[in-house]
Write a protein that binds this ligand. Structure first.
Ligand code: MTE
Ligand code: MO
Length: 201
């Protein structure tokens, strides 16, 4: 016991406190998705805000890369029960995206849309502040295609299925509309601390 505290290992109690209910600590970074990686060429990449079908503002890669940058480090939680601690991301916060578009959110809800046609719904209120972003970098490097590069949504306080990979835009919706997984039984909100995995949780 004399060497406890000198091993550099996080005490198990602290790990347990940091893990939402039903989660285990994963050291690797698993890859989960509904299909193959979409092919994305930076020359034709764009990110678009829409209200329903109406485009509000669009950026190409060069324009998007010139927006103010935000960094965030923290824990992510997948509904398949792995959590990963201390993940470091950089990108553009949703606040900065809206500011650059010169608009405030036109509705309270939106669907994030991926280049693979994946969608997931998030309340606009959950994207405020620096903790939600369109991330372009993971641990200082461009996000690998397997993890959603060149750009993915990052909403780390909700289960990771809300963090749409290969994101191509945000579509504001009048009502809270379910996305790909929400229409297939996943929870509409997905708070890991309240263990909102499936409809009715
Ligand atoms: N575009 C897109 N985004 C997606 C998915 C997907 O299939 N397509 N899968 C989601 C799910 S279910 C999870 S758990 C995470 C996995 O992200 P990772 O592969 O980087 O771990 O991405 C989410 N974002
Ligand atoms: Mo997932």
């Amino acid at each position: 016991m004399a060497t406890r505290g000198f091993t550099g290992r996080r005490p198990p109690e602290a790990t347990r406190e940091r893990l939402p209910p039903g989660q285990y600590l994963e050291q690797d970074f698993p890859v989960l998705q509904i299909g193959p990686n979409p092919r994305i060429d930076l020359d034709s990449w764009s990110f678009t805000l829409r209200e329903g079908s109406r485009p509000l503002k669009s950026w190409n890669w060069e324009e998007f890369s010139a927006l103010p940058r935000t960094a965030w480090r923290g824990d992510i939680h997948c509904v398949t029960k792995w959590s990963k601690f201390d993940t470091g991301w950089e990108g553009v916060s949703i606040d900065d995206i809206l500011a650059a578009a010169g608009i405030s959110a036109p509705t309270e809800f939106l669907l994030a849309e991926g280049y693979d046609d994946y969608t997931t719904n998030v309340p606009v209120a959950d994207l405020a502040g620096p903790k939600a972003m369109v991330a372009t970098h993971y641990e200082g490097k461009p996000i690998e295609p397997d993890h959603g590069g060149p750009a993915r949504l990052l909403v780390p306080h909700l289960y990771f299925w809300k963090s749409a990979k290969w994101v191509k835009g945000l579509r504001f919706t009048k009502k809270d509309e379910g996305g790909f997984w929400e229409l297939r039984g996943y929870h509409m909100y997905g708070d890991p601390w309240r263990e909102q995995r499936f409809t009715g949780d």
